[in-house]
Design a protein around this ligand. Structure first.
Ligand code: IPM
Ligand code: MG
Length: 366
């Protein structure tokens, strides 16, 4: 069976890092019984420049047919003046919403070779392995009403609505509890129940589903501001963190930076599952388009390569291949090879050299 992979490189460093991913896919095609066909299309500002929309209907059709979508990054100052509904980020948000990719998995693991590159002390992040489960299709990102109203007299009102319903909270909480059972069996649910009714509902519904179905898993509730603080104080207290769309966006950037660089962290956005294979799935690095370093061969392709590794696990049911790729990355880091973001600034290799080193390591260990 040939797997269909849609690659959407996007903007900024997106195309550079996806080029390295393409080589890795190629390697698995040639060296394993993994068969994948790749197709390329536009998203974000790149799509806007050609199609005047940040994702076209024909790209959405391809996305719906694909077994997995690999995305680079979207956005950049070039599109600052574009109408709001066509801004690069809108393309990514439409993919998430229309494919109902409600479960965003953002692991923050620290490769031992990099335990010195974090802004935090080594003992705080050494062997760190936490997973943020972010709700991705609801909350304030999509809530209505929204908009900017002109109230006259030079006064305007900006509105967004944080809204969650029981079923949305239950389905994301289930994903978190199921994943925790395969890890260290602990879930921390994070919201602002002290300020927001939607947070209170979140708290009560997570508590309810826990009592009903997952009482074997340890559950803890933590206010989102405290969670941000605890993440930088002692991150190893966490196993799985489940949280809403907005808090998940913020907390996952914090968690990612614990591990040394945003350039290291992959993510998976998954739709409803049939057994263990997810119907729709999009994989992307947690980092953004980094326009300041785009085109300079400075980008770290590891987050994107590890995102492909997540697809091997969650979309293609190939745990062994996923492990092999992670091992190759880990070995390359153990050899001291670094892109600029994870180097001490004196000696580093290019995006392309990092990709090639990982391929070489795959050859060595397979
Ligand atoms: C992320 C990004 C996106 C988000 C942007 C690019 C729309 O920050 O995936 O974390 O806010 O969700
Ligand atoms: Mg973000």
């Amino acid at each position: 069976m040939t797997n269909k992979i849609l690659i959407l490189p996007g903007d900024g460093i997106g195309p550079e890092v996806m080029q390295e991913v393409d080589k890795v896919i190629d390697w698995f095609n040639k060296n394993k019984d993994f068969k994948a066909e790749t197709e390329y299309d536009l998203v974000g500002g790149a799509s806007y420049d050609t199609n005047k929309t940040s994702i076209s209907d024909s790209t959405m059709t391809l996305a719906k047919k694909a077994d997995a979508i690999l995305l680079g990054a979207v956005g950049g100052p070039k599109w600052d003046k574009v109408e709001y509904e066509n801004r690069p980020e809108a393309g990514l948000l439409r993919l998430r919403k229309d494919l109902d990719l409600f479960a965003n998995l953002r692991p923050a693991t620290c490769f031992s070779a990099l335990s010195g590159s974090s802004a935090l002390k080594k003992e705080v992040i050494e062997d760190l392995d936490i997973l943020i489960v972010r709700e991705l299709t609801g909350g304030i990102y999509f809530g209505e009403p929204r908009g900017i109203e002109d109230l006259g007299n030079n006064n305007r009102r900006g509105i967004n609505t944080q809204v969650y319903e029981t079923w949305e909270i239950h389905r994301i909480a289930k994903v978190a509890f199921e994943l925790a059972r395969k890890r260290n069996n602990k879930v921390t649910s994070s919201e602002k129940r002290n300020v927001m009714e939607s947070g209170l509902l979140w708290y009560e519904e997570v508590k309810r589903i826990h009592e009903d179905k997952y009482s074997d898993v340890q559950l803890e509730h933590m206010l989102a501001d405290n969670c941000g603080m605890q993440l930088v104080r002692w991150p190893k207290q966490f196993d799985v963190i489940v949280t809403d769309n907005l808090f998940g966006d913020i907390l996952s950037d914090v968690a990612a930076m614990l591990t040394g660089s945003l350039g290291m962290l992959p993510s998976a956005s998954l739709g409803e599952s049939e057994e263990s294979i997810f119907k729709s799935a999009l994989y992307e690095p947690v980092h953004g388009s980094a326009p300041d370093i785009a085109g300079k061969a400075l980008a770290n392709p590891i987050a994107s390569i590890l995102s492909f590794s997540m697809s091997l696990k969650y979309s293609f049911n190939r745990q062994e291949d996923s492990d092999l790729l992670e091992k190759a990355v880990s070995n390359v880091l153990n050899k001291g090879l670094r892109t600029k973001d994870i180097s001490d600034g004196s000696k580093y290799i290019s995006t392309n050299e990092m990709g090639e080193s990982i391929i070489q390591e795959l050859n060595n260990i397979s």
